[in-house]
Design a protein around this ligand. Sequence first.
Ligand code: 7PJ
Length: 363
Amino acid sequence: MKRYLRPLGILSGSAARDAVAAGLALPLGPLAYSLVEVIERHGPGDIRREIISLARETGEGGARRVSGGRVRVTPQPPLPLLSQTMGPSLSSFTGEGLTVMGIVNATPDSFSDGGDHFDPAAAIAHAEAMIRAGAKIIDIGGESTRPGSDPVAVEEEIRRVLPVIAGIRAMADAVGVTISVDTRNAATMQAALDAGASMINDVSGLTHDPDAAAVAAKTTGPVVLMHMQGEPRTMQLAPAYDDVALDVYDALEAMIAAAEAAGIDRSRIVADPGIGFGKTVEHNLALLSQFSLFRGLGVPLLVGVSRKGFLARLSAGEPAGQRLGGSLAAGLAAIGQGAQIVRVHDAPETLQALRVFAAIRDV
Ligand code: 7PJ
């Protein structure tokens, strides 16, 4: 039997502070939770759930039952590197290292801007605009991992990514922005790190390339471990889980343990459930609606929903360029449950949404 704890009854602002002070809730970063769902998985298809009030449990010794569980749900500090580079405007609103990661696709075939000829100068200009808007991480990828896409040769991936890193490095350094490389390939990681990237974002959670963990272990910056079922080319054909949230939780837990065993300190690890990567619309909704579960992993959480296909399927079938509303709604839903980093195409609009959301949340 394995036990999971899912924070529920999430409070914010002065209500969170007052409820924690009164013993009615436990802290969850800038939030607090007043209920917890205790989930016990006894075997395939045998999952038992019970919702516990922290108020009652705390009063009658039940706090032990929660804190003594095998899965701890604790507030997590932001990554040191990220908090150091946090601009005063956003960190003063959020207090917990709420961070926008702006996406730069150095690919000719990414789904969201598909068909555009890849031009490093345009990618650099786009990255600079996102930095000016307040993005604190720029994530540069040279291999499309959209559903159905074929892998690209590592040399080609490196050839796409390096000019963009070189082009934004001076500006990023000057304003304390972290350059991240979105890749599954160890050689691309190494080349990007040599060129000035300091963060690794691997959609395979360091499982695709047997050399990736060793490359990541030699660095000191954040490492994002994302969950994906299958491979980009085939992952959307027939995604299947026993319980998607618990299965993704277990997989992320195992990836975190493997990364630690490879010498990557836990304080550098960020986890991401990988919305859209081997998941149906229903799977994505389950992961987003139960996002607080992943706080039990004990590492900062990243969410990537920007312009993804499930948003259109929940709405009116809009093309990728017309999914900003859905992207913001889904990103805020995850942040409201404890996500700290949101990976987006539309940095200025997302920053505006986050500032307003956090200002209301933190009253
Ligand atoms: C994600 C990613 C994501 C992380 C992509 C797209 C497809 N990295 N790389 N999380 N998605 N960590 O941008 O829609 O969700 S590529």
